[in-house]
Design a protein around this ligand. Structure first.
Ligand code: 3HC
Ligand code: NAI
Length: 703
């Protein structure tokens, strides 16, 4: 590592385009990119890079350094340009100018060299990185592959296996790792000085002008088994996505073909992905996730409260998981339970979750102790007095929650944010139990709360801007994807889920087996269908033995002792060892008899009908939620469903998917089911009708 180099040089500067300058530091030419926020490769950056290379090569400089201003090196192609016609110059012309330059070209990388950014760096003869720099090809996350030669150059530098990992995961590697695998040549503490010194050394010691395209040393003995095994290894995680397989094919091409033919293959496959719906959906999602953080009407300078300590009430399924999120980032948590037995049980589950992660190598055993050390248990709500944020996660019962908020009001310090993790209840009613309703907010985590990224932040009628900013901000800090929504039964996610539930129950009573319904939704891309999901969550959530009257299949199952996965029996029978699910003929019989008792005609239901009756009521409800202003924008609904319920990201989420199906077809289907099946949930949303008329879209709709 080079460090402590002192630079004194005369700088002459030419502004090449709005975002690129050419500077001279004595004998070294610096091409400097400044295209905030992330130095994406917009057309003026490509033009500046091309012009800069030409001018630097014909100047008196003996070597060239490519460097960026701002927070990062080039973070990739400008995604906003993807939807328009290609604009000259091509990136390849700039890359060719670098690679074929007769003077050493050194890329100086800080921040993240991602996608097209890394592909540009790979055309330099050498790469120097700052200690915190990162390197990745995240195109797969946008439904694409690195289409600027990256698929052919990366394997030539790192070897096929590492390239496969980087390209199919899209995850970046650190500077240390990049140095070890040969992706960069040096780490420099003072990046600019270090890169200039490296360039001077390249001149004085006559380093060869290394073109990665000419290298084959790391690809000469790659076995074809590598690809077979790699495909098997990623199959489960990448089910339904096209881009990971296309990336693998490109690395195969790098191994099997010469560089130019490999590039042609890369271009064919890139174009294929680019024109498909999956990449459009994934690019849409990239911006949707970021848009969700922008809250109209919330002044930019709204101060949020610094959360130094957090309180959690209830150490059950949710409370324990929520506590882990805070301990994971070093925030001390006080968990309060109603008695010491429940407290011990809850803390033991938290410990065993951490220990399982440690056993898999995710954290060290020291981390387990540090994090457990940050979580203290109590049976006295008075211990919340100093907490900046308290999250209530007790049973789903409005009266109970109201009485708890009344107590919190008298215990918590002024300024504290009081949050409820309720999955459906009225935040306004809960807030009304306090003398400070403006401090009350919903923070709806998803189960398992330490794993799932979704966080619905629910604003009540009088929730303050400070409480909103605090909940959104701390949500981001603990690694969640927060989406702000308004109050209604079930908020955005569960309200739509309830509609799917109504049709799912009806379909099994008409003769479709739970396993068949689940299979259709699994094939659509969900990780599991509604019945497997109910079994996983526990059939007895919200079930009360004393009032149960056998009026739904779920009640009947609970009454027959079935609780879902937790006791090995639910809609399915579960293998105690492997947890593998098998359809239960007894349950199917029970459902058939229940349907017959209600006089429901049994019939064959097609897979298409199962899919339509599952998804269209959700789209319809999503449109109602949007029209009511419960969700700020259509894309927020998609973010909730992708992160909260595993809606397949490559379809863009329910709103985007409905747009791709075509809203007039969606409207037709909803009207068909409304007239044949009936029910409020099939009453078509006026917003859908309006958008059909105006040729509008649900995913682009915003309030
Ligand atoms: N193009 C256009 N805009 C981009 C962009 C890109 N490649 N990357 C980020 N932005 C925008 C964001 O939309 C956001 O805009 P906003 O402030 O108006 O909401 C702004 O830049 C800042 O982004 P983040 O909020 O994400 O900032 P972070 O600091 O959290 O993260 C980052 C920075 C790690 C660079 C992250 O933005 C990122 O991962 N960007 C995408 C990287 C990527 O996917 N690159 C590959 C592009 S495809 C490609 O290169 C094809 C090539 O092979 C031909
Ligand atoms: P749970 O039954 O697993 O845990 C609730 C815990 O609260 C129990 O440990 C109980 O002892 C404790 N408790 C009850 N009254 C208390 C009191 N007065 N003081 C202190 N502790 C008390 O329930 P779960 O599943 O964790 O749900 C909690 C909340 O989270 C509910 O509002 C639920 O709707 C919501 N939720 C649940 C999800 C799930 O999948 N389980 C998902 C998202 C939200």
């Amino acid at each position: 590592m080079t460090r402590g180099l002192i630079l004194t040089y005369f700088v002459a500067m030419t502004q090449l385009t709005q975002s690129v300058r050419l500077e001279f530091a004595d004998d070294i030419a610096l091409i400097r990119i400044d295209n905030p926020p992330v130095n994406a490769l917009s057309h003026h950056v490509r033009q500046g890079l091309l012009d800069g290379m030409k001018q630097a090569e014909s100047s008196e400089a003996s070597a060239i350094v490519l460097i960026c201003d701002g927070r990062t090196f080039i973070a990739g192609a400008d995604i906003t340009e993807f939807s328009g016609p290609p604009m000259p110059p091509s990136l390849q012309s700039a890359q060719d100018a670098m690679e074929n330059c007769t003077k050493p070209v050194v890329a100086a990388v800080h921040g993240t060299a991602l996608g097209g950014g890394l592909e540009v760096a790979l055309c330099a003869h050498y790469r120097v990185g700052s200690p915190s720099s990162q390197y990745g090809l995240p195109e797969v996350k946008l439904g694409l592959l690195p289409g600027a030669g990256g698929t052919q150059r990366l394997p030539r530098v790192t070897g096929a296996e590492k390239a496969l990992q980087m390209m199919t995961s899209g995850d970046p590697i650190s500077a240390e790792e990049a140095l070890t695998c040969g992706l960069i040549d040096e780490i420099a503490e003072e990046l600019e000085a270090g890169a200039i010194a490296f360039a001077r050394r390249a001149v004085s010691e006559s380093f060869p002008l290394l073109r990665i395209r000419d290298r084959n040393d790391k690809l000469s003995d790659v076995s074809s088994d590598l690809f077979k095994e790699f495909r098997q290894g990623i199959a489960r995680k990448t089910r339904g996505f096209l881009a990971p397989e296309y990336n693998v094919r490109c690395v195969e091409a790098a191994v099997q073909l010469d560089f130019e033919s490999g590039l042609e293959r890369e271009q064919e496959l890139f174009k294929d992905l680019m024109k498909g719906t999956q990449s459009k959906a994934q690019q849409y999602y990239f911006f949707a996730e970021r848009a969700a953080l922008k809250i109209p009407g919330l002044p930019k300078d709204t101060k949020s409260i610094d959360i130094a300590t957090c309180g959690i009430l209830g150490a059950g399924t949710m409370g324990g998981g929520i506590a882990m999120n805070f301990a994971n980032i070093g925030i001390p948590v006080t968990i309060v339970e109603r008695d010491s037995e429940a407290l011990e049980r809850g803390l033991a589950v938290v410990r065993s979750n951490y220990e399982r992660t440690a056993a898999r190598g995710g954290i060290t055993s020291d981390d387990v102790e540090t994090r457990m050390g940050l979580i203290s248990g109590s049976t006295d709500m008075g211990d919340f007095a100093d907490c900046d944020l308290v999250i209530e996660a007790v049973f789903e019962n409005l009266e109970l929650k109201k009485s708890i908020f009344e107590q919190l009001d008298s215990i918590c310090k002024p300024g504290a944010v009081l949050a409820s993790n309720t999955s459906a209840l009225d935040i306004n009613a809960i807030a009304s139990a306090t003398s400070r309703p403006e401090a009350v907010i919903g923070m709806h985590f998803f189960s398992p709360a330490n794993v799932m990224k979704m966080l619905e932040v629910v604003r009540g009628d009088v929730t303050s801007d400070i409480a909103i900013a605090t909940a959104m901000g701390i949500g981001r800090s603990i690694g969640k994807t927060p989406v702000l929504c308004g109050v209604c039964h079930g908020f955005v996610g569960n309200r739509m889920l309830f509609m799917r539930g109504i049709e799912a129950e009806k379909m099994i009573l008409e003769g479709a087996s739970p396993a068949r319904v689940d299979q259709v939704l699994f094939d659509f891309g969900f990780p599991m269908g509604p019945f497997a999901m109910s079994d996983l969550a526990g059939l007895d959530i919200g079930w009360d033995e004393t009032t149960s009257s056998g009026s739904t299949v779920r009640e009947l199952l609970c009454e027959s002792g079935r609780r879902g996965q937790k006791n090995g029996n639910g809609y399915y029978i579960y293998d105690p060892e492997t947890r593998a699910a098998t359809p239960d003929p007894e349950v199917e019989q029970l459902i058939r008899e229940f349907g017959e008792r209600q006089g429901i005609e049994q019939r064959e239901i097609s897979d298409q009908e199962i899919l339509e009756r599952s998804l269209y009521p959700m789209i319809n409800e999503g449109a109602k939620i949007l029209a009511e202003g419960i969700a700020i924008r259509g894309s927020d609904v998609d973010v909730v469903w992708i992160n909260g319920y595993g809606w397949p990201m490559y379809t863009g989420g329910p709103m985007f998917w409905a747009d791709t199906v075509g809203l007039s077809e969606v409207a037709e289907k909803i009207e068909h089911y409304s007239s044949t099946l009936g029910g409020d949930h099939w009453e078509i949303a006026p917003l859908i009708e309006q958008l059909v008329e105006t040729n509008g879209s649900l995913s682009a709709h915003s309030n």
